[in-house]
Design a protein around this ligand. Structure first.
Ligand code: TMP
Length: 244
């Protein structure tokens, strides 16, 4: 049956996170992701909502995944049945947050005493263990191997894909006069053990700075109470897709 002619049935919620809800569907190998407007920062210490964030992040994530697919990056996105919903491939999520940094900002700037905005000489990769109870602690490759979170070969592939993604996104965003400062990725494995890009790519999990003014166009506006939070998300969606 044609995908367009088939109405996907949303079943029970499997997991509710800070910004998204994952639902089962009537297809055994597909999930439905619902993007919420809720925003948290500091591992849940600060809570709020950003009007229409769910819609904007869903659209921006779909846009970025389409862009990455053209460059050969496998990802979980299948289709967008509504403004807030995304159908994705069912994966076994690897419990790692993979952070790629081109410019010092946020926790890196704090931890190492660097001024925000200082370029890194090469992309710096960090890992955090996805575990809310532990507050997502930072890990290195030894911890990841010891905890059997991923093998060295899998981690090599994750790093290779992450650097390629960084390259594609950085170059594309430059054409929209946006600097990609840093971002967080998550990966999963399909039934054949292939590593696939998962989660989202949006102002929630990337730092985007206007290339000319260095204005922040991302969730730091919420985290740091800078104001004009919705406008920053709208501006990013507009620069990516032309949507007003
Ligand atoms: P950080 O400077 O707070 O460590 O964040 C680095 C980048 O990773 C930034 O773009 C935000 C993103 N990030 C998340 O999306 N989720 C997280 O839990 C963390 C720690 C960072």
């Amino acid at each position: 049956m044609e995908r367009e002619a088939y109405k996907m049935e949303r079943k029970e919620a499997l997991y509710e996170g800070k910004a998204k809800i994952i639902y089962a569907t009537d297809r055994p190998d597909e999930y439905l992701v619902y993007y919420k407007d809720d925003a948290t920062a500091g591992n849940g210490a600060k809570r709020g909502t950003i009007a229409d964030k769910g819609i904007m992040n869903n659209k921006m994530t779909a846009f970025f995944f389409d862009l990455l697919a053209k460059e050969g990056i496998p990802h979980h996105y299948i289709s967008m049945p509504s403004d807030r919903e995304m159908i994705v491939k069912k994966l076994t999520i690897i419990p790692l947050e993979v952070i790629i940094r081109n410019v010092a900002a946020g926790s890196l700037a704090q931890r190492l005493g660097l001024e925000e905005g200082v370029p890194m000489p090469f992309p710096v990769i960090e890992y955090c263990y996805k575990n809310d109870d532990l507050g997502d602690p930072m890990l290195n490759r030894y911890h990841i191997r010891a905890m059997k979170i991923a093998t060295d070969a899998e981690l090599d592939e994750i790093e290779h894909m992450s650097l390629k993604i960084n390259d594609v996104l950085t170059k594309f965003l430059k054409t929209k006069r946006v600097d990609l400062i840093d971002f967080k990725l998550e990966f999963g494995k399909d039934v054949d053990g292939n590593i696939i890009l998962a989660d989202e790519i949006s102002p929630d999990n990337c730092r985007f700075w206007d290339s000319d003014t260095k204005e922040k166009l991302d969730k730091d506006r919420f985290r740091r109470d800078l104001g004009n939070v919705e406008d920053a998300y709208k501006e990013m969606l507009h620069r990516l897709t032309g949507e007003a």
